[in-house]
Design a protein around this ligand. Structure first.
Ligand SMILES: [Mg+2]
Length: 200
């Protein structure tokens, strides 16, 4: 078992950054409609979210074009994320950003550089930045994620994870946090419980 610093595996979209709203603005502009006409997705599958996206391919095409247009530079941070992560960092938690943002081929330059720009602009502290699909392969003592697929993968691998509450993940079981104040409390409580178990 690791005896180094406690590592938090931190997802970005839907956890630190408001992907839904940024993508909504892009899709609305593409279609010439008001963003208000595109409801909050209640399913991880974009073809079921009421935005008129008919296939996975159509979603990936829209996503790729949004990324090219600077999506990852322009997303809003979720409320309180910077202050909560600084609180954790100052408490000795090592923040390892783990994101699957290189989901589509092409556009990797924009995705990677806009991600770094965004992290710095919004004062998100981090030690490591990992662009990877298979998140459980990146070591961490605790993960925070919103994706039902990733959360299932952590669970299947026996890894501890917090569910960052979103309308599309309400069916996922496991410890759930609704905002960043609660997430920071939960991370510190988990670290304390882990360290108590280690010293037994
Ligand atoms: Mg996510």
């Amino acid at each position: 078992m690791s005896t180094g610093p406690f590592v938090l595996g931190l997802d970005l979209d839907g956890v630190c950054a408001d992907y839904t709203d940024g993508f909504r603005r892009f899709v609305a502009a593409e279609r010439g409609v008001s963003p208000d006409t595109l409801p909050d997705p209640v399913d991880w599958d974009w073809t079921l979210c009421g935005w008129g996206i008919s296939s996975r391919e159509e979603y990936l095409d829209l996503h790729a074009r949004a990324v090219e247009a600077g999506l990852f530079r322009d997303l809003d941070p979720l409320p309180g994320v910077s202050a909560a992560l600084w609180r954790l960092s100052e408490a000795g938690v090592r923040i390892r950003v783990i994101t699957h943002r290189l989901i589509v081929s092409g556009g990797h330059g924009a995705a990677a550089s806009d991600t770094v720009t965004w992290l710095e602009r919004h004062r998100i502290p981090f030690w490591d930045l990992c662009f990877v699909a298979a998140k459980p392969e990146v070591g961490a003592d605790l993960y925070v994620d919103d994706s039902p697929t990733n959360l299932a993968a952590f669970s299947a691998a026996g890894l501890a994870a917090l569910v960052f509450d979103q309308p599309y993940n309400r069916h996922v079981t496991g410890p759930r946090v609704a905002d960043w104040a609660a997430a920071a409390d939960a991370v510190l409580a988990h670290r304390e419980a882990t360290e108590t178990a280690r010293t037994r």
